[in-house]
Ligand binder design. Sequence first.
Ligand code: MN
Length: 204
Amino acid sequence: MSERPRDSERLRDYHAKRDFDRTREPEGRAGVTGAEPRFVVQIHDASTMHFDFRLQVGDVLKSWSIPKGPSDIPKDKRLAVPTEDHPLEYEEFEGVIPEGEYGGGTVIVWDHGTYEPLSHDRQGRPVDFAESIEHGHATFRLHGSKLRGTYALTRFRGDDDESWLLVKKAEGRAGGHGAPDPRRARSVRSGRTLSQVAADDRKK
Ligand code: MN
């Protein structure tokens, strides 16, 4: 059995990396939960362009950085590197993290929606989704505006860092979209590109 972190420690790593006098990212005070768990994919033009893939598990967003973004093609296995848990309100975050701050750069919300947890054990019996993440193999069906269908996240050991793969399941029907060119991609919230969000931020 895993221990649930105390609430004050829920976002300890997230808070430790950020100065909330400087960044407009959410502090994550609330733990609002709806009926169905949420997911979000953000495009983050930081020191290295990447996609941030986040799944609501309980009162946090479990997070992975995916350099190439999610694919809708089952044979394209995408490297996913775990990052710290983020607050649920982070799903809404789109804007510019100041230069010099942790993750400095522009963020857009590329896709969001709900997901169905589908994790099961080797005998095909359903298992608790949070436990399946801790055990390193989770399956889920995304209901986004762009991403649709069943995906699996599976942990493997890379050289030193913990690494995972995000893989689309073959389902015999057309899925949604795969990851776009990040510089041309538009926000599902505002329709803006990364460069438009950055330009709007400079006007503030
Ligand atoms: Mn990021």
